[in-house]
Every structure is written in C-alpha cells, then in structure tokens.
Design a binder for this molecule. Structure first.
Ligand code: MG
Ligand code: ZN
Length: 389
C-alpha cells in the first residue's frame, strides 16, 4: 500500500471513530439566548474632507507654537495615521496622494483621477453627486492644481491644466472656490470656459464680493485669482475660513446631504520653500477653516469631518521655539515631499473608522462604505470622457 492510500485510510478511520462518539439524540439545551441588539453604525448625512497639503505632525506643532499653544485640531478626539506611498514611489506627489483619496487606488505620481493604467475611475465626489449629494471643492491654489483636480478630473498628468478646467465645466459640482481663472479664459483652444460655465448653469464670480451675491440655490464657480492666490499674510487674508463657512452654509440646504473637499494648499509650498513662517501662517489659516467646519458639524450632528494630509513636505523638524513669542525654529532635510506617515483626524458619525494606522486609499473606502456607494460606471480610457464635446 502506498503512503497516500495509507494516509487516506487512516483519516477515514479517524472520522468514523469521531462520528461514533456523537450522541444520537440532541441533549436538552436551554433556548438560545438572543444576542443583545447592537445599534446600527451611525451614517453621516454630510462628509467634509479637509486636506492640508504637506501637513505632517511638525507642521501642525509649528502651528500650535505660532498660535498661543492651541489649534482647532485639538478639538478632535479620534486620530490615526495613514501611509502615503504611491503606486510607483515611496514618496508620493499630490496627484497620486489626492487620487488615493478620490478613487481609492494607489496610482503613479502626477496622475489625476486615473489609476496606474491611466484608466479614469469615477471619483468619490462624482459617485456622491450621482447619489443626490451636493458637492463642492475649495482650495487656496488653482482649482486645476493636483489636489482639487483629483476629485473632479481624470488626466494622465497633473500639468494638463486646460484639460482639467474643461472637466470642471462638465463636473457635477454645486460650487467651487479657488484660483486658476487663466486656465478657463486664456486657453490654447481659444474657448471661453467662463462663458461655458454660465451656459451650463453656473454663476461665475471673480471677486469675493461677487461670490457673496450668488443666489443661495445656484451653482457657483468662484475663480477668484488668475492663478494661485498670494500667501495668507501677503494679501490673501482669511478667505479660506470664510469660503469654508460659506460653502457649508450653501451646501447644507441639500436634502440628501453633501460632500465637500477643502484644501489648505500652501502648507506644502512653505515646505518646498523651506520657509518656517510660511508654514506656520498657512497652517493656522487652514486650522481656522477647520474650526468653522467643526462648529457646523458640532451643531449639525450628522456631519463627518475628516482632516488629513496627502504627504509631508520639507522633512520639517522643530529645532526650537517659544510658546510665549510664537517663534518657531524650523529645520529641513529636503525641499521635496517625504515618505513619513501623516495624521488623520475625524469627528462625527463614522469617525472611529479613521483611527489606527491605515493606507491612504482606506479614506476612500470608508467614505464609500459609510454611504453604501458603488461607482456607477466602469473605469474608462481617460480621453473617452472628452468625447461628444
Ligand atoms: Mg495640493
Ligand atoms: Zn508639494
């Protein structure tokens, strides 16, 4: 008898022996105790995703030192970290970083709303809009810049600003606020996308005063700067917190809720420039926007707020500082992005999902699961989106 047969025989003999020991009648057992009902997980009506570009823990702490030892971020009680590496690099760029949040796929650096094979995936913002949510995007850079673009557009390279602008015109957005007007009106193809926005039902605004005049229920395209706005303390002032408050106020009237992405875009630029004060000012500005959003969420009770970053920038370290004077002594190891984990802060229904150490793509997965959403279309060639127009 070969070994295999012997083994099979031994096994079946063992099974017969086990069966023989089973009782022939079921013993009298008490009626099974019903499981204690568990409250269904709370589902947020609204989700606000706030991205501090280049915001690592040093950037946050620098902001605290520069702001009398307090940031609005300290109001959060549920915190985690995400791993930021991209499809092809341990150090991500903002395109792959934001696309991880928007389509739930690790992609190559410079990608916008497309996976590693350049196929265009429906973004969380697009899927949310299809389900009846109102959607919005706010940034302190051009709206066609990598982070905001990744929620709205699908192009193989982040520098394709004019193609990205076209996708804003054809997007489901209820509102967007940022810079980059030149990509809408000074184009190689000669098209006037400001006029095309109006033809598609948007009220366009090029100043904050005009933005405030847009009727409450109307679609709004506020392109307040030709390209990127100035630094916060060189003339931009506190437009970001005001825009965040305005956006929430406009979007909240939608019965089915809303999805809003707010970016503190220039924390990253302070890191690239190795300018500590630039980082501190931009960090505090973004934090004030967070405060406005938290005030709303706290009152509303049905809003999930997620604050995170796409990556860290500058290899920023704190070599000293003084809480009394607000002075921060920064040190840098790079003028580029770095590979470290970045923090996640969450408040509201579903916040517990964002604690612990996770992947950046899990942000997308949790939002989709909380809202019980699936993409409504299969991935398509990125340039197929343009056909018919
Ligand atoms: Mg950005
Ligand atoms: Zn950067």
């Amino acid at each position: 008898m070969n070994m295999k047969l012997l083994f099979a025989f031994a096994c079946s003999a063992y099974l017969v022996a086990c069966k023989a020991q089973l009782p022939t009648t079921a013993p009298a057992t008490p009626a099974p105790q019903a499981l204690k009902p568990v409250a269904p997980p709370a589902v947020p009506k609204n989700i606000i995703l706030m991205i501090g570009d280049g915001m690592g823990t040093s950037q946050i702490y620098a902001g605290m030192i520069g702001n009398n030892n307090f940031l609005q971020l300290e109001r959060f009680k549920q915190l985690g970290f995400i791993k930021t590496y991209s499809f092809d690099n341990i150090i991500t760029d903002s395109g792959a970083g934001a696309t991880a949040f928007s389509i739930g796929q690790k992609t190559y650096n410079n990608a916008i709303g497309v996976a590693g094979d350049t196929l265009a995936h429906e973004t969380v913002l697009e899927t949310a809009a299809k389900s009846g949510k109102a959607t919005g995007v706010i940034a302190t850079c051009a709206v066609t810049h990598a982070t905001p673009a990744s929620f709205v557009a699908h192009v193989p390279h982040r520098e394709m600003h004019e193609d990205i602008a076209w996708e804003f015109v054809h997007s489901p957005l209820q509102l967007f606020i940022g810079g980059g007007r030149k990509y809408f009106e000074q184009r190689k193809d000669g098209r006037d996308l400001m006029a095309e926005l109006r033809m598609r039902g948007f009220y366009t605004a090029t100043t904050e005063a005009a933005m405030l005049e847009v009727p409450a229920q109307a679609k709004m395209a506020a392109l307040l700067w030709d390209d990127a706005p100035a630094k916060k303390n060189e003339g931009r002032n506190d437009i970001l917190p005001r825009a965040a408050a305005l956006a929430v106020d406009r979007l909240k009237s939608n019965e089915k809720g809303f999805f809003l992405m707010v970016e503190g875009s220039q924390i990253d630029w302070g890191g690239h420039a190795n300018e500590t004060d630039y980082i501190v000012q931009e960090m505090i500005d973004f934090d004030q926007a967070i405060g406005k959003v938290l005030d709303f969420a706290e009152k509303d009770g049905e809003t999930l707020v997620i604050v995170t970053a796409d990556h860290e920038t500058g290899g920023f370290a704190l070599a000293g500082g003084d809480f009394r004077t607000g002075k921060v002594k920064g040190a840098f190891t790079s003028t580029k992005h770095t590979a470290v984990m970045v923090p996640v802060f969450a408040y509201g229904p579903g916040a517990e999902l964002f604690t612990g150490i996770q992947e950046n793509i899990d942000i997308y997965k949790h939002i989709m699961n909380l809202w019980n959403l699936q993409p409504t279309r299969q991935p398509v060639r990125w340039d197929a989106i343009r056909r018919g127009n």
